[in-house]
Write a protein that binds this ligand. Structure first.
Ligand code: MF3
Ligand code: CO
Length: 255
């Protein structure tokens, strides 16, 4: 499968992306104190179903994973960064929780991936600042995704904005190409990395997904084999869009 998508594929990805954006928007409104992550996973199932799409995360087994992913959405709370499992030991959201909703679907056989961070109830000042910085990093990273730039330039921009706002990028996690599968090459680092890097080309479809943390970027894998958290307990925010690289300016597909 080519890493460059055809116009016909991009058209379908755009339809799917729109459906995914609507699903996430609907879910974000359900995030309130007292709501359980189990309920949010069930709600996601029915929204994906109604959209005529398929859950891309359910039963996904990436290289090195100990077991298939068991839910249709990743929900990660506070110091959890990504891949939180909503339907095993479900949690009830508390006032002020920083909630990351990360979902992927396949529609007509093509995959899109997107994430948002919302607060259950009222957030404290730093939580709001962290989310704003993560969204700023995502927009800045999307802006430089143009033909001729390097994949590693994306991580450099994300790290620059994270530091400027007083935060750090989570280590060892990053974005990826997407389309024929949920994860395709190349991997996109979320922080400054030296060495060789692939060149960004017109027609590439990329999932760009900065993850910013309050304190240090070091991560740990939890006992469930999936959830990544910060080592120092600092809280995290995550924002992700699937985009297509165009000649002039990138186009966001998950809007
Ligand atoms: N957006 C997540 C990522 O790119 C999707 C994970 S798929 C899952 O890592 F199955 F691992 F949840
Ligand atoms: Co992703």
């Amino acid at each position: 499968m080519s890493k460059i998508k055809t116009e016909a594929e991009i058209k379908i990805l755009k339809e799917g992306g729109k459906k995914l954006a609507n699903i996430l928007r609907t879910l974000a409104k359900e995030v309130k104190p007292g709501v359980s992550t189990w309920f949010l996973n069930e709600k996601t199932k029915s929204l994906i179903d109604k959209a005529g799409a398929k859950a891309a995360f359910l039963n996904y087994v990436p290289e090195g994973a100990s077991r298939p992913y068991p839910a249709v959405i990743c929900i990660s709370i506070n110091d959890e960064i990504v891949h939180g499992i909503p339907n095993e030991n479900p949690k009830t959201l508390k006032d002020g929780d920083i909630v990351k909703l990360d979902c992927g679907i396949s529609y007509k056989g093509l995959f899109t991936d997107s994430a948002v961070t919302v607060i259950a109830g009222l957030g404290d000042k730093n939580a709001l600042k962290l989310i704003r910085a993560t969204e700023e990093a995502l927009i800045a990273a999307i802006k430089i995704a143009v033909p001729g730039r390097k994949i590693n330039d994306i991580g450099a921009v994300i790290e620059k904005i994270a530091r400027k706002r007083g935060f750090a990028p989570a280590r060892d996690l990053g974005g990826h190409s997407v389309g024929h599968a949920i994860h395709e090459e190349p991997y996109i680092p979320n922080y400054k990395m030296s060495g060789k890097s692939a060149v960004i080309e017109e027609g590439m479809v990329l999932a760009i997904e900065p993850m910013l943390v309050e304190k240090k970027g070091d991560i740990k894998l939890n006992a469930d084999g999936w959830t990544y958290s910060t080592k120092d307990g600092g809280r995290a925010a995550h924002a992700e869009h699937t985009i297509v690289v165009r000649k002039s300016r990138p186009e966001i597909l998950t809007l």
